[in-house]
Ligand binder design. Structure first.
Ligand code: B12
Ligand code: SF4
Length: 532
């Protein structure tokens, strides 16, 4: 009997995403939001990663040790944590890292084994479709195993839907159990225990379980699993690891930016000791496989002393892998950046958000433009790749504040940037100031006293034309981590830049002339050349 089979990310084909958004109208905000992330080639809408796979593998073997660029190039950290947690409790597990690529193996697991539970990882889902797709597949091959859907997607839906809509959603998805928690590992163990030992599930907190034609919800008692006691044993995953993985040294975030729901969603902030990080990184090193780690902590460099100690530990160990992380660059000094370089940091993702001081204040970002300037100039000086993330349209934004952001990027020259329209999640702290800013609507459809989302999305498009000194990093399986994926295939940074700039040229062609069916042959050739 396998106690749990975990199923990782189910990436819905981009052509379906494009068609769904297209049905809302090509002038809709959703479609315009998507439009800057793909080009049309041979009758298909292709994201930057799909274009890369098309041209890069024209004359290369796909069995090159990494394979086409995709989500599964990075091993799922959720599977790593949950699997280690079960292993420490003498429970057995199997996993599928990437649903679309491993269906054959999943079929044999489902048909040839007795399985107590199937745990569906939901970290990246903002809709139920990928989960419904997975469950339909499972049920065609195994009707006995209990399906457990957890935990981030469930928790976020329970927070935002009323009781009737929750019941409707749970029935549509059709799982046996839902885990309502920011963590969920302890709850999963209790579910497995109750299934194996025939114990009633009604005593398990943090779940919804099926009873007749309804789902019954049990009381929520937030799990407080200590990350320190559950660092990942990467040796357990040795045979399935590729060259890239993700790791974390903290949960949640000590800040409370007005636009961000993460601290509330992820629960109590906790960090682990440098010794525990060293233990975990040693297991990564011992696998002998990993070339690159993305450290997913939201504020890896806070507090700064701990960060420096981690960097010194990494330098002392002379790890063979390189790494990237998020960085709050207003809190760094030259010594930090020197240590980062020495500890093999390749790049950082910067939540810059705006180049206007008042907007940063409205966001409660605890950052000053001057400190951003210093941080970025140090990163450039030491040759660490930077990727600045920008939000356009936060309450208080005007054309002038937007232009401050454009000018800031032009002056400070992060290697890459990405701009997104402000997404109004009603569960974020800014809701407390709804009246002050006269905020109406939600999601991507909003207006407030100084801007509306229609104007904001047009400004995001404008940025692509205005900014010359930094490169727009497209989204959808591309983003920040894709740059390092390409670097580790041996592609020079200059060529990566040329490839992305040509891709962006294709996007701009489409924005200027929406009628053109395909990107021009010159752009196709320049992308091919960059990847030759
Ligand atoms: C790294 C990251 C990315 C990387 C992923 C790279 C990769 N291949 O791994 C990139 C940049 C590509 C990315 C993309 C996206 N991301 Co992202 N990303 C993150 C980030 C920073 C870390 C995620 C992570 O690895 N966590 C570490 C693991 C260990 O934690 P975990 O997955 O939550 O799992 C734990 C528990 O949740 C639980 N659990 C999880 N599943 C299950 C299942 C069961 C059965 C149980 C019991 C428990 C359980 O167990 C785990 C151990 O405790 C988070 C923010 C954050 N700090 O968490 C956002 C986050 C997950 N991303 C988010 C979003 C929205 C996206 C995008 C949709 C953005 C977009 N519009 O394009 C895309 C989706 C993917 C795509 N198609 O491109 C949201 C999800 C919001 C939500 N679900 O409501 C988050 C939370 C950020 C945010 N606050 O908005 N992302
Ligand atoms: S934006 Fe980043 S720093 Fe701010 S609250 Fe969210 S996770 Fe924390």
């Amino acid at each position: 009997m396998i106690d749990c089979v975990f199923i990782g990310y189910n990436d819905m084909p981009f052509a379906i995403v494009e068609k769904t958004m297209g049905a809302k109208g090509k002038d809709s905000i959703d479609y315009k939001n998507l439009n800057i992330n793909f080009i049309n080639y041979k009758g298909l809408p292709l994201t930057a990663s799909e274009v890369f796979n098309t041209f890069y593998y024209e004359n290369r073997d796909m069995n090159d040790g990494i394979g086409p660029m995709n989500f599964d190039n990075i091993f799922s950290p959720a599977i790593a944590y949950l699997g280690t947690y079960l292993d420490r409790r003498k429970l057995s597990f199997e996993f599928i890292n990437f649903f679309q690529d491993e269906k054959e193996r999943l079929i044999s697991l489902l048909e040839e084994n007795q399985i107590a539970t199937i745990g569906i990882i939901t970290t990246f889902y903002v809709s139920a479709f990928p989960i419904i797709d997975i469950i339909g597949f499972i049920r065609r091959h195994n009707t006995d195993a209990k399906i457990v859907v957890g935990a981030p997607y469930v928790a976020s839906q329970f927070r935002s839907l009323d009781e009737e809509s929750q019941q409707k959603l749970l029935k549509t998805i059709g799982a046996d159990f839902y885990v309502n928690s920011a963590q969920g590992e302890a709850t999963l163990v209790r579910i497995i225990d109750s299934i194996k030992n025939n114990i009633p599930v009604s005593d398990i907190n943090n779940i919804a379980y099926r009873l007749g034609d309804k789902y019954v919800k049990t009381p929520v008692l937030e799990e407080d699993n200590k990350l320190e006691e559950n660092t990942v044993n990467w040796k357990l995953f040795k045979d399935s690891l590729g060259s890239f993985t993700a790791a974390r040294t903290a949960i949640s975030c000590p800040f409370s930016c007005m636009f961000c729901g993460l601290p509330k969603q992820a629960g109590k902030y906790q960090t682990i000791s440098v010794e525990a990080i060293e233990r975990e990184f040693n297991t990564i090193e011992e696998t002998g496989k990993i070339k690159y780690i993305n450290i997913v902590d939201d504020t890896f460099n806070i507090p700064l002393d701990r960060f420096k100690d981690i960097l010194r530990m990494m330098i002392r160990n002379k790890y063979s892998f390189k790494w990237t992380s998020n960085l709050r660059c207003q809190f760094v000094d030259e010594e930090t950046i020197q240590l980062m370089k020495e500890a093999a940091c390749e790049g950082v993702f910067l939540g810059i958000e705006s180049g206007n001081q008042q907007i940063l204040q409205n966001m409660s970002k605890f950052a000053s433009i001057d400190k951003y300037r210093t941080g970025l100039s140090l990163l450039n000086k030491y040759g660490i790749i930077s990727f600045a993330s920008i939000i356009v349209g936060f309450p208080g934004e005007t054309y002038d504040t937007f232009m401050d952001t454009v000018n800031f990027i032009e002056e400070c020259q992060p290697t890459f940037y990405n701009a997104k329209i402000w997404y109004y999640d009603i569960n974020t702290p800014i809701t407390g100031q709804k009246e002050k800013y006269d905020i109406k609507g939600s999601g991507l459809q909003w207006s407030h006293s100084t801007m509306d989302s229609e104007t904001a999305i047009n400004l995001v498009h404008e940025m692509l034309f205005k900014i010359q000194n930094s490169i727009f990093g497209p989204q959808y399986n591309f983003e920040f981590v894709a740059i390092f994926n390409l670097l580790h295939r041996g592609i020079a940074l200059d060529n990566i830049k040329k490839f992305i700039m040509s891709f962006n040229q294709g996007v701009k062609q489409k924005l200027i002339n929406p009628g053109i069916p395909e990107i021009s042959s010159e752009i196709v050739e320049s992308m091919r050349k960059a990847l030759a």
